[in-house]
Design a protein around this ligand. Structure first.
Ligand code: G3P
Ligand code: MG
Length: 279
């Protein structure tokens, strides 16, 4: 009898999880359809990635969401940059985590891309949220270099605080390759939208829908290189929204849209919008 009750509890919990509707951020621009055009690091084919110029260009291009990468500065400020190693995008030999925000502000994040971006300032999450609010949804990708086991005072707590300060809880989706972020979000803000970025080593052979259930996330994100037909079938059968990165090729965009993906990350949101319009 006891075993039967335990089985029923597990079964009911599983059903509740399986049936829980996905919470995705509100979209201000839809380009007339249900598919989400996500500007990867901003419109990063045309302006330096993860800069105000790239994000504002994505807004002008009518992208429906911008994606940014988040790390903590030495003094604990959430700053927007892809790698902890500063060299590729600033020319500085060193780590983001070794500089305070004031020090990072001295680094030029644009001239590696083109001379016209020489004045491009080092962006913070707070600044990007300020001009995105009411205009475009934001995918905040938490980079693992800043994640710790402890949730207090960590990057997730700090990023959430900034989102709450400007009341953008319904306009953002968090994501990470570091699955600890999902646990931290489930404890700090269980209602906020979140997506798991597939990482094989942490997944212990679990399938996409098993991972979505286990980490209680709203969406599954993966590279187009990982997206097998078996995954596509399982995600569609379970009605799990999935987002695929990073595609800058028209044929591949079409193929992935036809697979049932809910959205694509691209450096060329203008190209993706045209592909969606011409389907
Ligand atoms: O979130 C999608 C994509 O940005 C993940 O990979 O390395 O470009 O941050 P990465
Ligand atoms: Mg990213």
């Amino acid at each position: 009898m006891r075993i039967l009750i335990i089985f029923l509890c597990v079964f009911i919990t599983h059903c509740e999880n399986a049936m829980a509707p996905s919470k995705l951020p509100f979209l201000y621009t839809t380009n007339g359809d249900d598919f989400v055009v996500i500007a990867h690091r901003g419109a990063s084919a045309y302006a330096p990635e993860n800069t105000h110029s790239a994000f504002k260009l994505a807004l002008n291009m009518q992208a429906e969401m911008i994606e940014l990468d988040l790390l903590l500065s030495k003094d604990g400020v959430p700053v927007v940059i892809h790698e902890d190693n500063l060299e590729r995008t600033t020319g500085i030999v060193g780590l983001v985590s070794n500089y305070t925000l004031d020090e990072l502000r001295n680094f030029d994040t644009g001239s590696w891309f083109g001379e016209e971006f020489i004045q491009e300032p080092f962006p913070t999450l707070e600044e990007v949220l300020a001009y995105s609010k009411g205009k475009i949804a934001v995918n905040i990708e938490i980079k693992h270099e800043s994640v710790t086991d402890s949730l207090e005072g960590g990057i997730v707590e700090k990023a959430l605080e900034l989102v709450k300060n400007v009341e953008m809880e319904d306009e953002v989706i968090f994501s990470s390759f570091d699955y600890r972020v999902m646990d931290h979000l489930n404890r700090l803000a269980p209602d906020i939208s979140k997506a798991l970025l597939y990482e094989e080593i942490q997944s212990n052979g679990l399938s996409p829908s098993q991972l979505v259930d286990l980490y209680k996330v709203d969406a599954f994100n993966c590279s187009y290189k990982e997206l097998s037909q078996a995954w596509i079938d399982e995600l569609n059968e379970n009605k799990i929204p999935f987002f695929v990165y990073t595609i800058n090729d028209e044929q591949l965009m079409e193929k992935v849209i036809h697979s049932g993906a809910k959205g694509i990350f691209t450096d060329k949101p203008d190209m993706l919008i045209k592909v969606v319009e011409n389907l």
